[in-house]
Design a protein around this ligand. Structure first.
Ligand code: NDP
Length: 475
């Protein structure tokens, strides 16, 4: 009997995805460059379902029914290209290659068009949820031709996370759309994590509470509208005691956050699309700054606030911080979804934003109750220019804003950095503003570079003779 699907690349992600497929009744051919991983999978998990071990890509291909479906789950970048290059000459028209690694969507665009020329269908697929998600049900974000998706859909639905009977998988759009949306997902994940980290830092720095107490506060948050995977694991991490020293785990970990690059990609792309994602950018920069040992060393002597600020009432402050976190989170997601909109328009993907919110409700790292509200917002108006304009979110922001401002003011007066929370508030105030100082910037640009400006009262493009008699003429 031929296998229904093949998986090549059996490190943690590929192995667990293959197990997930087998556990859901699919006959899975498995392959890895080094045979040890294949043998290991067969030894440890071979009884979980029907696996067909293969020790070369040729063998893998020959064991598959047609059109073939092959999941490539190897290291992103060069290794993915290497595997595709070896694979494709052996494939037939209509076969489907599914790249489930964390590819940059621009690579996916390139690969999709190269394979299309040979009649091979390429499905660049975002997968989120880490190794546990891969095994028990990830959020799956496939991009590629609709025909390929239709054929893969039953398999993908069977292995995806499930929320209230709805599998967390949808056809995101053509070619690079899936990996693009996965990229923005990771960017939002960076922003979410940064906001939570700032909230912890405030509770600690302002109220002087310990990690265990703060874990309890996050558990409370997790019972309300902030209910999410990231808040839940935050409480777990804060509650953990280092077995070596008996101290809170969070106090023995080096405070230098690392990154693999997907957050950076999100910001780079946002710059290309001129789609402001200040929350994500601040989160990426905050990680970079944490790792700048010399910079931080040099800064250690800089003075902090000279007059001791008044400490707020603890109960009020906890409530304020919850509001600030929620409001900032709305802004971060609004920015992320606007980037998805900008990408969809720029690359012609026609992405359904509500569907994206739907598949992020389960399986992935940013899974949260909150995403139901985002889906509802787009259900109500699929063309919503910003989530901030949704009636429900508008009300939440209205309710949160005084708290939000108090939190930023307290942090500032005590000298506690809140780049994420304050950038979110600035974004909020920027979109609210009736007039922006951009008018002055236009004046400056016209002054030094004759870059011209437009007026509020008359149509046309103008220039002022700054160096001369300061008369204005139409440019
Ligand atoms: P790694 O990213 O660590 O990649 C290891 C796998 O890639 C091994 O199977 C390895 O084979 C194979 N490989 C590396 N170079 C080559 C090559 N030149 N030719 C053939 N095979 C090669 O594995 P992960 O399981 O962590 O991740 C797999 C993919 O999933 C990556 O793209 C990753 O970004 C993505 N991803 C990972 C998540 C995670 O939480 N880890 C979450 C979501 C996506 P060998 O055993 O022979 O060395």
């Amino acid at each position: 009997d031929k296998a229904q699907i093949g998986v090549t690349g059996l490190a943690v992600m590929g192995r667990n995805l293959a197990r997930n497929l087998a556990r859901n009744g699919h006959r899975v051919a498995v392959h890895n460059r080094r045979r040890e991983r294949t043998d290991e999978l067969m030894e440890q998990f071979g009884s979980e379902g029907e696996f067909v071990p293969s020790y070369s890509l040729r063998e893998l291909i020959d064991s598959l029914e047609r059109p073939r479906r092959i999941v490539v789950m190897v290291k992103a970048g060069g290794p993915t290209d290497a595997v595709i290059e070896e694979l494709v000459p052996m494939l037939d028209r209509e076969d489907i290659v599914i790249d489930a690694g964390n590819a940059n969507f621009e690579d996916t665009l390139r690969r999709e068009s190269a394979l299309a020329e040979r009649g091979v269908r390429f499905v660049g697929t975002g997968v989120s949820g880490g190794e546990e998600g891969a095994l028990h049900g990830p959020s799956i974000m496939p991009g590629g031709s609709a025909s390929a998706y239709r054929e893969l859909e039953p398999i993908l639905r069977s292995i995806a996370a499930d929320v209230d009977g709805t599998p967390c998988v949808t056809h995101v759009g053509e070619n690079g759309a899936g990996h693009f949306v996965k990229m923005v997902h990771n960017g939002i994940e960076y922003a979410d994590m940064q906001l939570i980290a700032e909230t912890y830092d405030l509770l600690r720095g302002v109220l002087g509470r310990g990690p265990g107490e703060i874990a309890e506060t996050f558990r409370e948050f997790d019972r309300g509208r902030l209910d999410s995977y990231l808040i839940g694991i935050t409480a777990e991490v804060l509650d953990h005691t280092d077995p070596r020293t008996g101290r809170p785990f969070v106090d023995v970990v080096l405070d230098q956050a690392e990154q693999k690059g997907t957050g950076r990609w999100t910001v780079q792309n946002a710059l290309e699309l001129a789609s402001p994602v200040s929350g994500i950018a601040e989160a990426v920069f905050a990680r970079s700054m944490s790792g700048q040992v010399q910079l931080r060393q040099a800064g250690r002597d800089l003075p902090g606030p000279s007059t001791p600020a008044e400490r707020p009432d603890p109960e009020q402050f906890v409530a304020d911080v919850e509001q600030a976190l929620y409001a900032s989170k709305i802004v971060a997601y609004a920015q992320g979804f606007n980037q998805i909109r900008a990408g969809s328009e720029n690359y012609g993907w026609n992405i359904d934003y509500g569907a994206v919110a739907t598949i992020w409700r389960g399986g992935c790292i940013i899974r949260a109750k909150f995403l139901d509200r985002i889906r509802a917002a787009y259900d109500q108006n699929p063309e919503l220019p910003s989530l901030l304009g949704d009636e429900d979110f508008r009300r939440a922001l209205e309710q949160a804003q005084d708290s939000w401002r108090r939190v930023v003011a307290t942090a500032t007066s005590l000298g506690i950095p809140v780049p994420g929370i304050s950038a979110a508030l600035s974004y909020y105030d920027t979109v609210r503003a009736e007039r922006l100082p951009a008018a002055l910037i236009q004046g400056q640009r016209d002054y030094f570079g004759a870059h011209t400006y437009r007026r509020t009262d008359v149509d046309g493009v103008f220039h002022t003779e700054w160096a001369g008699d300061r008369s204005e003429h139409e440019a």
